[in-house]
Design a protein around this ligand. Sequence first.
Ligand code: G3P
Ligand code: MG
Length: 249
Amino acid sequence: MNTTIFAHRGASKIAPENTMPAFKLAKSVGAEGLETDVQLTKDNVPVLIHDETLNRTTNGNGYIKNHTYEQLQRLDAGAWFAEKFQGTSILSLDQFLTWSKKFPLLLNIELKTNIIEYEHIESIVLEHIQRHSLQSRTIISSFNPSTIKRFSKLTSEVETALLLSQRIRDPLSYVKNSGAKALHAKYSLLTRRLVEDCRKENMPLRIYTVNRPPRIMRCYKLGCDAIFTDVPHSAIEYQQLFDHRYGNR
Ligand code: G3P
Ligand code: MG
């Protein structure tokens, strides 16, 4: 089977994460999917930023939830990464969906509610997905099982996935109890047994964040459904190598 390659925060090794240049580069190298992180502004606009604060990836500081969208639009989200990306702005979810729906891309929108439980983030994000008619190619994920529970209650049109970073006794029950249909697990949790268990239950298993070639190849060999990678160009190269060596299984 083919492992789907999702660009993690876009092609985030070669462009500033979660920005238009990172998503455009991911698409141009042939990533099939884009992963991104959503937080809410003070005026409830979903924006694409990994951290709860602006400090690391913009020239602003403080919590996103304490800024209006209009305030965020004045910030630079590219210069911290490299001078040539100066002038890159923070993307709203709406801008991201408007652009990505023009291409046959899969989307994984991660709701960042593991630190701040943004009220109504589930219905706000769902409304955006529906407005752009992207239900069938979007996956909603979160580390927070309550978020997934709430989202799953709103709709069955959009696939949900629970993120897992720590070893627990029964990961599949943890996923099912949240109402999620898929498991997005940290690479360190990947075992052949986990792959087999998920397959038996028809539960898609997607692995993050896989950047090193031996790890990428291991995911392909084990038949993981997808990987999230900062280096989609390299993952695609290794997929071609894998297909050539083992045939497309
Ligand atoms: O969705 C996979 C991965 O993005 C989860 O971790 O911290 O990179 O958002 P993080
Ligand atoms: Mg993420």
